[in-house]
Design a binder for this molecule. Sequence first.
Ligand code: G6P
Length: 514
Amino acid sequence: MNQATVSAASTESELASWRQHCTMLQTDFFANRALIIAANRGPVTFTLAEDGNLQIERGAGGLVTALTGLARHVDATWIACAQTEADVEWRDGRVPFDDGSAMRVRFLAPDAAAYDGYYNVIANPLLWFLQHSMWDVPRAPVIDRATWAAWEEGYVAVNRLFADAIAEEVRASALPTLVMLQDYHLYLAPRFLRDRLRPRERPITLHFVHIPWPGPEYWRILPPAMRQAILDGLCAVDVLGFQTRDDGLNFIRTCQTHLPRAYANYRQSRVWYRNHATHVRDFPISIDVAALRQLARSPEVAQYRADIQDLVGKRQLVLRIDRMEPSKNIVRGFQAFDELLELYPEHRECVVFLALLVPSRLGVDEYQNYLDELMAAAGRVNARYGTSEWEPVRVLVGDSYPRSVAASQLYDVLLVNAIADGMNLVAKEGPIVNRHHGALVLSESAGARQQLEPGALVISPCDVYATAQALHQALTMPRRERQERAQRLRWIIEREDIAAWLCAQLEAITKLKL
Ligand code: G6P
């Protein structure tokens, strides 16, 4: 069946029956099971208001929506690191959500030095930069005594804290448990957990890695003791989920190369190690389409939309929305825009490039420096081409999700040119809310490429010249082609939303009869 020609009616009925299937699967799956989620961040953070009252702020993003949505079906506990003083004070209580469900949230409180080593030295930048292939290897990373201390007293210690807390919860539960671990902060916890529990106490464990997994060559950056501990940790889980097939394959290859006595089975997509099978699968994460559409209709978004429309006027809009993050390749994005204006002067005064950037991890030096670089790159374009009537690049720094949604409604071209990205949810949000049949220029190294390639203009992220050509193609694309591509993107994203991500994981466990 050609995706582009499926009629709306058949899509909708297909979607409806598929959604029903997912709901039934969740209900059946959790009829006799409890759920523990472990992630660096919790689903909520608490703050103490001036009047002494405790305020709850729900974490943004699809992951929180998807996993807290499960609280409707199952007795669930979320274990995370405390982010605020008030989190530390919170004692394991149930947190109510808007839909009437509730979940127990248990915050761990490692001391400040341990958390700093775990988060600011090992997870970000060491592992993050490695997995996004961003180290400038002749110069960095330098793994010195301080890094080793951060590993032992930070990363190892915090992973042990998680394992202890999970083991306690598993033992306390009257029901068999599924443990869902999230991401690169918790690579060691599964092994510690397995070692703490007797075989008959062991839960089903599923670890989902949200970021890319590079090939074995790149893992040589880490000393053998660190990379083996990471692989050993992950080979203690039953199901290991990645964003794409390539990431999963890379993991199996990494075990084959770097984990002595591991047996890689490519055909069955699993690794045998220490008498245990880890099944490797890809579960591309996505967005909550219905919730996003609802937000897009809100008065708050309408207000931002009017402001952005004023800023853009009658010009075309090239948009990017990112955390302020070196892997997002923001500087080359501005260089490509510069190249576009040079090669195709007809776009001068007719296009605005709006970059909405959310501050991120400013405690890590590499992020601080990147902010300076990208502001300088935007400034160069403006100095070269700007006129009294036209500022070619506009950078807005801040964290307003409604403003991002409003801008997404208005773009003609959405630029996602990450050097490497686990998925990139901006590439999925944009096409859902956009009102202009806008085009998507998408990096071949974003996980989203695996699904969105049929509708996107795919570029190689280091190739500034090709990115400029793609921007030109997108800005001048015939209306009919724009519409067809935009419709194709919407169709793919609607079918494979955040519920599908969850459903695929439960289905994998069910099929494996774990
Ligand atoms: C990426 C990672 C997530 C992480 C997020 C924000 O998307 O895949 O695991 O939560 O960045 O990072 P932060 O360091 O602010 O939690």
